[in-house]
Design a protein around this ligand. Structure first.
Ligand code: NAD
Length: 484
């Protein structure tokens, strides 16, 4: 029987008593590595109680001291860099280089939190009225929680946890049940960093566990990252229970290529965007909008380059594209490919039925390209979350912008051009939260806010950067008068 992953509550590793579990399977080798318990409402309650108890003291711990624990944590992340990266590969299926990039991004989020002592300052105006001074102070709110997806099991929880606790809150993470192992390793390092009991807690589980988090009266705010369908449920439920909430949802990202773009460099970038992490990034390029004369040379160059990508096990250093996360994801993606064929798109490269020597049962989908895609087709509208690129040919820049803006999603969009006017018009007019100019994956660094628009984001303050200070603190205003 596979080992059940443990929860970490109030400074102790505890086994959940849950009856139902999710298997944790290496998507390349199909090895059953562990099972994730669907922790019960009582177990969420115990974590929330512990986090609340810890908050009462933690908020009084000087902010510079709070941040020092994060310095220890960062050192431990660096010392365990390779093991963390390998764990991500084993449970998620991406390549080792992609996993290293993920761990590095996680470390950068810890580095951002080092700045909290200067970022959470308030402001003051003397003599706002005769003899009266007014001050706005930032205070932590209490217990916060994250509900996170499978595709960046290490990085996404670290978008939130370090800043939340540096601001004086305490924290609960509920990772994806498919990829719980990276967080267990991270929590071992958090424990080693010396944080007091109850400041950080890990509760594994499924939708039921997440519901208990959203409904818990002691939890003040929730950061969700995942699909739009679930995100809407989370947004509504958290609002009903009076919580702060930020929901980073699904995506359908468009990449526009102008005739004046540098073709060779653009193709390399587009390839990384569409097929990096096997297309399982919320910033993955999914629709390639070829403008005017660039269409034929671009299509041919993309096809040639994509066909050469070496698909395989992420731990093999030769591998350029790993697996998708599960057999279920593979079936869903292959179903979308069939839908593209049925709806009349022309398939230029078909990634179905890829077999990798030594990994015959692995969940591999090869790079796939559709041509002659129209905006009404499912493959142009729905998030596929796999290595599938759809090519559309449009006559001009205006049609490209209109096509992109007609999408229900607005996570990211990129333009490839050498023309400053088009670049400026694009960033000004395209309705997406993250814009790339000659960049295929417009990922905000930890010091910048990260979030989409339209159905890709619900809430007010984005994740990361200055927005996260806003999310994890509340302004209190003090109006003062002193008599002689
Ligand atoms: P998902 O929506 O299935 O799951 C996300 C989290 O929600 C998991 O922890 C899951 O257990 C939990 N959950 C599932 N059902 C729930 C429910 N009914 N109520 C409350 N919580 C529930 O997402 P996934 O498949 O793990 O991740 C892929 C999705 O995440 C894609 O759509 C991708 O675009 C999106 N994503 C978005 C961003 C972003 O920043 N916008 C980043 C990464 C991934």
């Amino acid at each position: 029987m596979a080992e059940r992953v443990k929860n970490y509550v109030n400074g102790e590793w505890v086994e959940s008593s849950a009856e139902s579990t999710t298997p944790v399977v290496n998507p390349a080798t199909c090895e059953l590595m562990a099972e994730t318990p669907h922790s019960t409402r009582q177990e969420v309650d115990a974590a929330a109680e512990a986090a609340y108890e810890a908050f009462l003291e933690w908020r009084q711990t000087p902010v510079v001291k709070r941040v020092r624990y994060l310095h220890n944590f960062k050192t431990l992340l660096e010392e365990n860099f390779e093991e963390l990266s390998q764990t991500v590969v084993k449970e998620n299926g991406k390549t080792m280089d992609e996993a290293r990039g993920e761990v590095l991004r996680g470390i950068e989020s810890v580095e951002f939190a080092f700045g909290v002592p200067s970022l959470m300052t308030g402001f003051k105006v003397e003599d706002i009225a005769a003899g009266i001074d007014e001050t706005a102070e930032r205070q932590p709110l209490g217990v916060f929680a994250a509900l996170t997806p499978f595709n960046f099991p290490m990085m996404v929880p670290l978008w939130f946890l370090p800043t939340a606790i540096a601001c004086g809150n305490t924290y609960i993470v509920k990772p994806s049940p498919m990829t719980p192992l990276s967080m267990n390793l991270v929590f071992e390092l958090l424990e080693e960093s010396g944080l007091p009991e109850g400041v950080v807690n890990l509760v594994h589980g499924d939708a039921g566990t997440a519901t208990a988090v959203m409904e818990h009266p002691l939890i003040k705010g929730v950061s969700f990252v995942g699909s739009t369908h679930v995100g809407k449920i989370v947004y509504e439920t958290c609002a009903r229970y009076g919580k702060r909430v930020q929901v980073q949802g699904g995506a359908k990202n468009y990449l526009a290529v102008m005739p004046d773009a540098d073709l060779e460099k653009s193709v390399a970038n587009i390839l990384g965007s569409a097929y990096g992490c096997a297309g399982q990034r919320c910033l993955a390029g999914s629709v390639l909008v070829a403008v005017g004369d660039v269409y034929e040379p671009l299509r041919d160059a993309i096809k040639e380059a994509a066909a050469k990508l070496k698909v395989g096990y992420g731990l093999d250093p030769e591998t350029q594209m790993g697996t998708v996360v599960s057999a279920q994801a593979k079936n869903r993606i292959e179903g979308m490919i069939q839908k593209g064929v049925d709806e009349g798109a022309e398939i230029l490269l078909d990634g179905r039925n890829v077999k990798i020597d030594g990994f015959e049962d692995g969940n591999f989908v090869g790079p796939t390209i559709f041509d002659k895609v129209t905006p009404s087709m499912s493959i142009a509208r729905e998030e596929i979350f796999g290595p599938v690129l759809s090519i559309m040919h449009v006559p001009d820049f205006e049609t490209a912008v209109d096509t992109i803006n007609a999408s229900r999603y607005g996570n990211a969009a990129s333009i490839f051009t050498n023309n400053g006017h088009y670049a400026r018009e694009f960033k000004y007019r395209v309705n997406a939260g993250n814009i790339g100019v000659n960049i295929g994956v417009a990922a905000a660094a930890a010091w910048f806010p990260f979030g989409g628009q339209k159905d890709s984001f619900f809430g007010d303050t984005h994740g990361q950067g200055p927005d996260s200070i806003q999310f994890f603190t509340d302004h209190k205003v003090i109006v003062e008068r002193w008599f002689e």
